[in-house]
Design a protein around this ligand. Structure first.
Ligand code: ASP
Length: 422
């Protein structure tokens, strides 16, 4: 039974990749002009797997963001409810990302420079991004001209900023001028479903892709001076930090928000919502957990059905505290691992991108990996760095999905509390 579990398979594949590379490959594999055929085959698997993942990035970001905005369009029509819901989503996501970034900068030694915001260092970091630029206006011009491009060129060239800007504009315009009854809404929803069906097929190949990626990574890293062990300890250090921060958010911050804004006892709340949390933990999917969350709101929490049927489905795609936290910390970690020093602007970009991509990610297993790619590309970290995350992605996904779902459930309590009084 456990052998059929994807998380288990990915773990084994990663260990096999590292182990076999360690045992069988020697220095000649790295230096040889023509590497052994078996290594070439493994490289082929790695490249095809990464290409398959990459294939989906542009359409996935584009359509899932439009889908999310269509949801917000409905929210805004429900004024009070929508306002509180969106504020809650943004606030808790901001807290989650800030928690991650503060921990990384001030507690964890991945960076030995704090996020200095004084004028002097801000100017020098602008120069880091664009050595030729003389002022902040040139940087702004660079960013904005990248954002305002035609949607086709943005999609074809995988210009993430352009894709996000176009999706935002098209989504908002669609809400304003296309009637709710239009087929267009259904079409967007169906396209999203198709994209995620394809993603689920690619995810089945994870063990093979991970084996190949880790094999190659170990060969490139293993210079015989203990680098591999060092890398693994860094990786587990990162995973440990993500687990601790996710638990702090889920066991301390969210319950306190529930206490302050919805007058619910933290311990009682955690007990009442334990069932959906367990389902989220074992399925790694906020969407799959949705029916259980609905039932819990109704049976355990006594939340008005109009609130839960609105806040929970929207939250399953838009509100992902665990995902945002993970992405922000992961980007900083990968930058460190690849020796890329992030300027202040890059750190702010990580912050914003982690937020936007957590809103755009659908509630499915490993869904945040596409958003993660967007964060990496935006700050110039090589896309193949994603491979490092994929090794520990599956176990971490369980916990962050549980926190994503918890955020939605506590959100339903808060919105219920306030809309009852309105
Ligand atoms: N699995 C997460 C969820 O469904 C999304 C992600 O972070 O990959 O909430």
């Amino acid at each position: 039974m456990i052998v059929r579990n994807l998380t288990f398979q990915v773990f084994i594949a990663a260990l096999l990749g590292i182990g076999t590379a360690w045992l069988f490959a020697d220095d000649s594999w790295r230096q040889a002009m023509a590497p052994p055929a078996v290594y070439e085959l493994i490289l082929l698997i790695k490249k095809v797997f990464l290409a398959a993942l990459r294939m989906l990035i542009a359409p996935m970001i584009f359509f899932s963001l439009i889908g999310g905005i269509i949801g917000i369009g409905n929210v805004l029509r429900l004024k009070a409810l929508g306002g509180i819901t969106v504020s809650y989503y943004l606030l808790t996501t901001l807290i989650a990302i800030s928690l991650g970034l503060v921990a990384v900068f001030f507690i964890h030694p991945w960076t030995n420079y704090p996020p200095a915001v004084e004028m002097g260092s801000a100017v020098s970091s602008i120069r880091t991004i664009d050595p030729g630029s003389e002022s902040i206006f040139l940087v702004l011009q660079q960013i904005l001209t990248q954002a305002f491009v035609n949607p086709f060129s943005a999609l074809v060239n995988m210009n993430i900023l352009g894709i996000v800007a176009n999706a935002l504009l098209i989504g908002i315009a669609m809400v304003l001028v296309v009637p709710q009854s239009s087929k267009l809404y259904e079409i967007v929803e169906h396209i999203n479903r198709i994209i995620f069906k394809i993603l689920s097929w690619i995810i089945r190949l994870l063990p093979f892709g991970i084996f190949a990626i880790m094999f190659d990574f170990t060969i490139k890293l293993n210079t015989g001076d203990g680098h591999t062990a060092n890398f693994l300890s860094q990786l587990f250090g990162f995973a440990g930090l993500v687990v601790i921060l996710t638990l702090v958010h889920g066991l301390i911050i969210l319950p306190i928000i529930g206490l302050v804004f919805a007058r619910r006892s933290p311990l009682k709340t955690l007990r009442q919502i334990s069932r959906p949390l367990l389902v989220a933990f074992s399925t790694s999917s906020s969407s799959a957990t949705l029916p259980v969350s609905m039932q819990t709101c109704d049976e355990e929490l006594g939340i008005h059905p109009s609130v839960s049927s609105f806040v929970l489905p929207l939250g399953a795609t838009m509100n992902m505290d665990g995902t945002a936290l993970f992405e922000a910390v992961a980007a900083i970690f990968l930058a460190y691992l690849y020796g890329i020093e992030l300027s202040n602007i890059a750190v702010i970009t990580v912050f914003l991108m982690a937020m936007i991509s957590s809103i755009g990610a659908p509630g499915m297993p490993t869904a945040s990996m596409s958003g993660m790619q967007m964060v990496l590309i935006a700050v110039g970290i090589p896309l193949e760095a994603i491979a490092i995350l994929l090794v520990i992605e599956r176990p971490l996904d369980t916990l962050r999905t549980a926190v994503n779902v918890e955020g939605d459930l506590i959100g339903a309590m808060v919105v219920d509390h306030y809309t009852r009084r309105v």
